[in-house]
Design a protein around this ligand. Structure first.
Ligand code: SAM
Length: 448
């Protein structure tokens, strides 16, 4: 019978797959957790090893590379093993260094020939003895931020030119923290106090969000497995993402278009805020994704949502001009605001991606805009930070569509804590402001 793999071997398999096949770390990790019979404690360690090593990839390269004489000859899995082990040595206090090195050498023996095991042993013991190079010695400040926080230099430069060096560094540092799981209370069925009590009774460590009055932060446990979730009392949603339904603020008589809706986090939030009245048409490009919206609506007890599989850019073929009171464009984006959750994205996205996405974003906004009524608003949002996919889209749209104007009343609809960050008709939330996702929200109005 084949021997069962231990937690570090599983972590190494995932890291190698992510590196070699460009597999998504979150999907590979979830799959491995389902397939293996790991204890809750080991699942915690596995998650930390995989996310931590990916999050710190560039720093770990900087630490390890001076100790490797022949980098071209080293196999990718051996490099991943070295980085995963140095991650433990440098960043995980609770793992004794000797244990981490011993485990790495055992894995190397099992998977490679003797030379590999001796290389792993040699490199790790030398690092243990001599220590790693200090990133503080890197002279150029942007390069230092790039290496010490593992963000590509082009991205650090871009952000620094838009937000300044200080905010960029804070943002990059914040992206290295583990995300807090947060949820939104379904106020149609219950109250936040009641859910906090139910979740505490189930053993979860929870606290109210200070950002949203219907938000809850979970500090221990996975609330997606709770009874409160099963019974449709909560939805898993980031605190910044919850702001979008506030920005739209649909009334319970409104006809609303959610043009890029799956998996339905914001659609269902709006459905709840409309007290299950009015009507929301929720579009998504993919059928398997519109199904996800339907499943969520069913779980939450919402019947005011109608889904359609459709390219939002073709919506004019199905609806008359000026059909909707409110439109939400939660556009497909580069996701650079959610690097805490999806760390591999920072290495795979390119500047060219931002540009091609911005073309699609403006196009979707253009194509849905004729459907909003006079005086009605279009809310545009993304889970990314940076002007090209955000402010620049709104500016370009307004330049070409003189019948629209900036909706300066956005600030009135957002919670108190966010108001100081609102700039006219938009707000760019950076991850370090509240520890939530980086998000952009803007509102424009068809002139009366
Ligand atoms: C940022 S996600 C939306 C998240 C969603 N609003 C939520 O809160 O759960 C963007 C979605 O837009 C969809 N999408 C991309 N291009 C589209 C298009 N041209 N028309 C409609 N949907 C599109 C994607 O499939 C993806 O599900």
């Amino acid at each position: 019978m084949p021997q069962k793999k231990n937690v570090r071997e599983i972590a190494l398999d995932i890291l190698t797959a992510v590196q070699k096949n460009k597999a998504y770390s979150n999907l590979s990790l979830n799959h491995a957790i389902k397939e293996s019979e790991l204890s809750a404690k080991d699942i915690g360690l596995l998650t930390e090893l995989v996310y931590g090593t990916i999050q710190r990839d560039m720093t770990l390269d900087y630490y390890v590379s001076p100790f490797i004489k022949n980098p071209k000859k080293i196999q990718p899995w051996v490099l991943s093993l070295l980085k995963m082990t140095v991650f433990q040595m440098q960043f995980l206090d609770r793992v004794p260094e000797r244990a981490a090195v011993h485990e790495a050498v055992e894995i190397a023996k099992k998977r490679g020939h003797r030379g590999v095991a001796s290389l792993v042993n040699g490199v790790l013991r030398t690092i243990g003895r001599e220590g790693v190079p200090q990133t503080s010695e890197i002279k150029d400040p942007l390069e230092r931020i790039s290496i010490s926080t593992s963000h590509p230099l082009w991205l650090v430069k871009l952000w620094a030119s838009q937000f300044g060096i200080e905010k960029t560094e804070q943002m990059c540092m914040e992206n290295l923290n583990a995300p807090v799981q947060t949820s939104r209370v379904n106020l149609l069925k219950t109250s936040r106090e009641e859910v906090l009590e139910l979740l505490s009774d189930e053993g979860y460590m929870v606290e109210p969000s200070t950002l949203n009055e219907d938000g809850i932060r979970c500090l221990r446990g996975n609330i997606a497995l709770s009874n409160a979730y099963k019974n449709g009392l909560i939805s898993i949603q980031d605190e910044s993402s919850m702001l979008v339904a506030h920005a739209v603020s649909p009334s319970d008589e409104d006809m609303v278009l959610d043009s890029c809706a799956a998996p339905g986090g914001k659609t269902t939030h709006m459905g709840e805020r409309m007290a299950n009245h009015g009507r929301i048409i929720a579009l998504d490009l993919h059928a398997h994704k519109t199904k996800l919206i339907e499943e969520q609506a069913m779980r939450l007890g919402l019947s005011n949502i109608e889904t359609r599989q459709m390219d939002a850019r073709k919506i004019r073929e199905c609806f008359e001009p000026q059909t909707f009171d409110k439109i939400l464009v939660d556009a497909p984006c580069s996701g650079l605001g959610v690097l805490k959750r999806k760390p591999d994205a920072k290495y795979t996205k390119t500047e060219a991606d931002l540009h091609s996405l911005s073309v699609i974003q403006l196009n979707i906004l253009e194509k849905v805009s004729s459907l909003v009524k006079t005086g009605g608003t279009i809310t545009y949002s993304t889970c990314t930070v940076g002007k090209e996919e955000n402010e620049a889209i709104i500016d370009a749209f307004l330049e070409q569509n003189k019948d629209f104007e900036r909706d300066l009343s956005l600030v009135d609809r957002l919670p108190e804590a966010v108001k100081p960050y609102v700039n006219g008709n938009s707000v760019q939330i950076l991850p370090q402001y509240f520890g939530s996702d980086g998000f952009f929200i803007a509102s424009i109005r068809r002139k009366a």
